[in-house]
Design a protein around this ligand. Structure first.
Ligand code: NAD
Ligand code: TYD
Length: 353
């Protein structure tokens, strides 16, 4: 068996990655370490809860000593997703981003070294490269690191600490950087799930500024397959960019959503622009294609249609998130059972900072 420790597995991409691992690697056992911040939702993994190859441990990446015993045998691979991930929140208050994304990554690197974990994969973002002009070439792995938001700066810092741990301590590290993800289980504070769910409720769709900012949209399943390929076949010390040739303006994405839902464009409201708003991201992924044999498989139209259909079919899921009711799930399903029969999550700690 290959033992995987996934941090942040109760979030959007982490949950999709855990599901992919359990489905496609029969020799995988997975421990998901997640603090369950506002963005963590164990309902994202309710279908795999009973799988004997899966375990959940509630814990903060800043403090591995508090949950290390609950994890048990050291993993063969760590895939580090856990992060504060929303740019607007980082503009309001950068401190949680420094705690989790910077100090948390260093703590995970220290734990990797202490436990002798053979491979550490850092899940990074295109936002560390900053912004592009309309005619600039796409980002490549050695583009300058020029983050513009506190979120991006904290993720860039984390990447640099990963690099330093590899150089200084000889850790086997791999960094992946991906463009904007969309797909099932995305928290409805991010553009697409916010627009889809607001439109379904006939509520206004807030578009920042002129809405002509460009993002390179990739389906979460393609990103997860890329992370898996990098973890299994990547070269130590390398960085792999993932994108999907999916450049679209925000307005174009919002129009597509409204059309798929049969809702009127009059729901769109142009609101005040985000501070320091990056104008364009686009990822060159020739290296991942060549070195990992990876390329995106889900076309934008197909992926977006499927995503809108998923939110339509999972109204209960997003209504529980929007109302805050999802926060009770852990208490109902885990904490209460722990008091009794030591069910999944055994050894958890309260974790909240
Ligand atoms: P998310 O916000 O949906 O999930 C983050 C998860 O991390 C949550 O489950 C949360 O509970 C957990 N977490 C937060 N702080 C923690 C802590 N201190 N200890 C343990 N767990 C903690 O984020 P996401 O969109 O799934 O992104 C996952 C990773 O992928 C992040 O590192 C992000 O920077 C990166 N990434 C995201 C995108 C994107 O488009 N969403 C693109 C590229 C890279
Ligand atoms: P977001 O999903 O927050 O991802 P990121 O900032 O990491 O790219 O935002 C995607 C784009 O959509 C970005 O240009 C900001 C814009 N946006 C809006 O116009 N309105 C919104 O309500 C949100 C959340 C984002």
């Amino acid at each position: 068996m290959t033992r995987w420790l996934v941090t942040g597995g109760a979030g959007f991409i982490g949950a999709n990655f855990v599901r992919l691992l359990l489905r496609e690697r029969q020799d995988a056992e997975v421990v998901n370490v997640d603090l369950l911040t506002y963005a963590g939702n164990l309902e994202n993994l309710s279908d795999v809860e009973g799988d004997p190859r899966y375990a959940f441990v509630r814990g903060d990446v800043i403090d591995p000593a508090a949950w290390s015993d609950a994890v048990g045998r050291a993993p063969d691979v760590i895939v580090h997703f856990a992060a504060e991930s929303h740019v607007d929140r980082s503009i309001d208050d950068a401190h949680p981003f420094l705690c989790t994304n910077v100090l948390g990554t260093q703590s995970m690197l220290d734990w990797t070294r202490k436990k002798g974990v053979p491979t550490f994969v850092q899940v990074g973002t295109d936002e560390v490269y900053g912004t592009l002009g309309p005619d600039d070439a796409k980002f490549v792995e050695n583009s300058p690191i020029r983050p513009n938001s506190p979120y991006a700066a904290s993720k860039a810092s984390a990447d640099l600490l990963v690099r330093a741990a590899a150089e200084t301590h000889g850790l086997r590290t791999i960094i992946t950087r991906c463009s904007n993800n969309y797909g099932p289980y995305q928290f409805p504070e991010k553009l697409l799930p916010l627009m889809i769910t607001n439109a379904m409720e006939d509520r206004p769709l807030p578009v920042y500024g002129d809405g002509l900012q460009v993002r390179d949209w990739i389906h979460v399943e393609d990103h997860c397959r890329g992370v898996l390929a990098a973890a299994e076949n990547g070269t130590a010390g390398e960085v792999y960019n993932f994108g999907a040739d999916g450049e679209q303006t925000n307005m174009s994405m919002v129009h597509r959503v409204l059309d798929l839902l049969g809702k009127p464009r009059s729901l769109i409201r142009h609101v005040e622009d985000r501070k320091g708003h990056d104008r364009r991201y686009a990822m060159g992924f020739a290296y991942a294609r060549e070195a990992l044999g990876w390329e995106p498989q889900v076309g934008l139209h197909e992926g977006l249609s499927a995503t809108v259909a998923w939110y339509r079919a999972h109204e209960e899921w997003w209504r529980r998130v929007k109302s805050g009711a999802y926060r009770d799930y852990y208490d109902l399903m885990y904490a209460a059972r722990l008091a009794g029969d030591g069910a999944p999550g055994d050894g958890e700690h309260s974790g909240a900072r």
